[in-house]
Design a protein around this ligand. Structure first.
Ligand code: PSU
Ligand code: MN
Length: 324
């Protein structure tokens, strides 16, 4: 693959043929046109069926409407796909045997021909290797609330500490310990920008109550920060752009707090842990808020996808005078 001229990334490129590009993603990267990576775990394990397939298509269409090319990432039959065709997207949404692949799962999956949806850590790694700089998701994984006992911290955080990609998210999932997750991002050296907010977003909620150190007002400023990261050189860490769900589309905070407490208690009773805990809690919230949490989740993801397309456009356009 030739490196896109407008995107000054220098990925340690994988061996030829390891990544399988969709035709539109290959063309866009070769032309230096804007591309937005999308993860597949949210489709396969984060959303109820059959709505998830419609959402997968809708998110790709939103990227296109924003002037960029969508690259939904997944591993199918041992091959990492950067951009899925119609059948691939259907498989992600409908195949019950699909696993959940974070970064560490990728090599065993390739070697054994396994199939799975990629999480933020799996997607960010593969997208960066492919030369894609902008990635949209819902909420990052992070430090779980029972961390002292379980030591459960999503692999998303450590991977972002060593991967040069910009992740647009609505904060971290509110099922997590948000202040602890922010501390970990600081420890790991991952920069966080609040998009038009001084408060770190709360995933289903517009605000988490936690402050964010930097506030940016437009995509050009974000692109300027990305260029500054590259200008500094050195450690290739990510940039987290935290984009709140609009207040009118957030989940009612009182309902959120009540149902989340119930969901955490239910997970504890059922002995759910490890990779299964995030899908369990998200599904419990959807069910016990009569779908309201799902609508807030989708509103957040849509906003992130739209913003990511704008950032990708700014990034591909190259440096502007005086800013990004
Ligand atoms: N955002 C959503 N829904 C999701 C996820 C993110 O709106 O389902 C997924 C992402 O793939 C993220 C994963 O990487 O949840 C975190 O899982 P874990 O806590 O097991 O690392
Ligand atoms: Mn975990």
């Amino acid at each position: 693959m030739t490196e896109p001229s407008a995107s000054p990334v220098t990925p340690a490129t994988p061996a030829p043929g390891v990544l399988r590009f969709s035709a539109e993603v290959a063309d866009a990267l070769a032309a230096g046109a804007p591309v937005v990576a999308l993860e597949s775990t949210i489709i396969a394990h984060g959303l109820p069926r059959p709505r998830n397939l419609r959402v997968a298509r809708e998110l790709e269409d939103l990227v296109r409407a924003g002037g960029a090319v969508p690259a939904t990432v997944a591993v199918l039959d041992g091959q990492p796909h950067i951009g899925l065709d119609k059948d691939g997207l259907e498989r992600i949404a409908e195949d019950d045997s699909l696993r959940k692949f974070g970064f560490r799962e990728l090599a065993p999956a390739l070697a054994t021909g396994a199939s799975g949806a990629t999480t933020v850590s799996g997607t960010a790694f593969l997208a960066a290797r492919a030369g894609i700089r902008v990635f949209a998701t819902g909420g990052l994984g992070g430090v779980h609330r029972d961390w002292a006992a379980s030591q459960d911290e999503s692999a998303d955080l450590a991977l972002l500490a060593r991967t040069r990609i910009t992740v647009v998210c609505a904060g971290v999932k509110s099922i997590l310990d948000v202040p602890a997750t922010l501390e970990r991002l600081e420890t790991l050296g991952v920069a966080v920008l609040g998009y038009r907010t001084a408060q770190f977003p709360g995933f289903y909620l517009t605000g988490s109550g936690q402050p964010v150190g930097w506030t940016v007002q437009d995509p050009a400023e974000i692109a300027a920060v990305m260029r500054a990261q590259d200008a500094l050189g050195g450690i290739r860490s990510a940039l987290v752009v935290a984009n709140p769900v609009p207040a009118r589309e957030q989940l009612d905070p009182a309902l959120h707090d009540r149902v989340l407490a119930e969901a955490l208690a239910a997970a504890d009773r059922a002995g759910v842990r490890g990779q299964a805990i995030t899908p369990f809690l998200l599904a419990h919230l959807t069910e016990h808020t009569a779908g309201a949490s799902l609508e807030a989740n989708l509103a957040a993801v849509r906003g992130n996808v739209r913003l990511a397309a704008e950032i990708a456009g700014r990034w591909a356009a190259g440096p502007q005078r005086g800013r990004g």
